[in-house]
Ligand binder design. Structure first.
Ligand SMILES: Nc1ncnc2c1ncn2[C@@H]1O[C@H](COP(=O)(O)OP(=O)(O)OP(=O)(O)O)[C@@H](O)[C@H]1O
Ligand SMILES: [Mg+2]
Length: 257
C-alpha cells in the first residue's frame, strides 16, 4: 500500500469542489494542487469562506472532489470503494474537526475509546498514552463527562486526544486552537509539534491564529478556493517556539487572518 519513502504522503492534483444547493453553485475549492512530504508540518491559513475546511474534507477523503484527485500514501482515493476509503481514513488519519464531531451519547473517554476501537490497532487502549495526552491537555478530570457537559475548549481538547490516541501517520486538524485560551492553545500546539516530531507524523493544521501557523515548516495561504502563496517560516526550533510565550509571527500571516 505504501510507496517509496521519498514520495509525498499527500498529493492533491487540480482539486476542485463545487457545492450545489438547488440552482446555486459554490466553488469552494478551485484547482488546488499540493504535495505534503512525510513528516512535514503544514499550516493552512486564509480568510473565512476561503475553502480551508473543504480542502480538509477533500484531503481526508471525507468528500469527493468534483475534479482532480487526492493520493494518500500512494493510494488514489478515487480507486477505492466507500469501505476501503473509510478503512484508509480510520487506520491512517487522525481528524480534529472544526466543530469537534464528538458523539453526544458517549463520555469523553467513550469518544476516545471508540476512535481506538475502530482504528485497526491491535490490543487494548494504551492507557499510559491516554494518561499522558489527557494530562497535557488538562482533561483528566473531565473524561467521564459527556460532550454537552463540557465547555467548548474542553470538547476541543477531547477531540484532539481522540485524534492522537491512535498515533496516526497523518493528523488533519481544522482550527485545533479555535476555542482555546492562550495556555491551552500553547499546550495543544506543543503537543502537535511533539507528536509530529517524535512519531514522525505528517501534520496539516488549518488555523486563523498567526502564532499557531508560525510553528509549521510551511504555511499555505488560501483565498477564494485557491492556494495563492506559500512561505517557510524561519523557525530554527519549532518545538521551542511553540513553548515560548513570545512567538514570532510572520507579518504576512498576521495580514492574512
Ligand atoms: N455544504 C455546503 N454547501 C454549500 N456551500 C458550502 C458548503 N460547505 C461550504 N460551503 C461554502 O464553500 C465556501 C468555503 O467554505 P469552507 O467551510 O471550506 O471555508 P473555510 O475557509 O473553512 O471558512 P471558515 O474559516 O469560516 O471555517 C464558503 O463560501 C461556504 O459557504
Ligand atoms: Mg472552516
Amino acid at each position: 500500500m505504501s510507496t517509496a519513502a521519498s514520495s509525498p504522503i499527500i498529493l492533491a492534483e487540480n482539486l476542485t469542489k463545487v457545492y450545489a444547493a438547488g440552482k446555486i453553485q459554490v466553488t469552494a475549492v478551485h484547482g488546488v494542487s499540493l504535495a505534503v512530504e512525510r513528516g512535514e508540518f503544514v499550516a493552512i491559513v486564509g480568510p473565512s469562506g476561503s475553502g480551508k475546511s473543504t480542502l480538509f474534507y477533500l484531503l481526508g477523503g471525507l468528500t469527493r472532489a468534483t475534479e482532480g484527485r487526492v493520493v494518500v500514501d500512494g493510494v488514489d482515493f478515487a480507486t477505492l470503494d466507500d469501505g476501503q476509503r473509510t478503512r484508509l481514513r480510520k487506520h491512517r488519519i487522525g481528524f480534529v474537526f472544526q466543530k469537534f464531531n464528538l458523539l453526544p451519547t458517549l463520555s469523553a473517554m467513550g469518544n476516545i475509546e471508540i476512535a481506538w476501537a475502530i482504528s485497526g490497532n491491535k490490543g487494548p487502549l494504551d492507557l499510559k498514552y491516554l494518561d499522558h495526552l489527557s494530562d497535557l491537555l488538562s482533561i483528566k478530570s473531565r473524561l467521564k463527562h459527556r460532550p454537552s457537559e463540557l465547555s467548548g475548549g474542553e470538547q476541543q481538547r477531547v477531540a484532539i486526544a481522540r485524534a492522537l490516541i491512535t498515533r496516526p501517520a497523518i493528523v488533519l486538524a481544522d482550527e485545533p486552537t479555535g476555542n482555546l485560551d492562550t495556555k491551552n492553545s500553547d499546550a495543544v500546539l506543543q503537543m502537535l509539534v511533539r507528536s509530529n516530531r517524535e512519531l514522525g507524523q505528517t501534520t496539516l493544521m488549518i488555523t486563523h491564529n498567526p502564532e499557531a501557523a508560525s510553528i509549521a515548516n510551511r504555511i499555505l495561504y488560501m483565498r477564494d478556493g485557491q492556494i495563492v502563496s506559500e512561505e517557510k517560516p524561519s523557525q530554527p526550533d519549532a518545538a521551542a517556539a511553540a513553548a515560548s510565550a513570545s512567538l514570532v509571527v510572520p507579518s504576512s500571516v498576521a495580514a492574512a487572518v
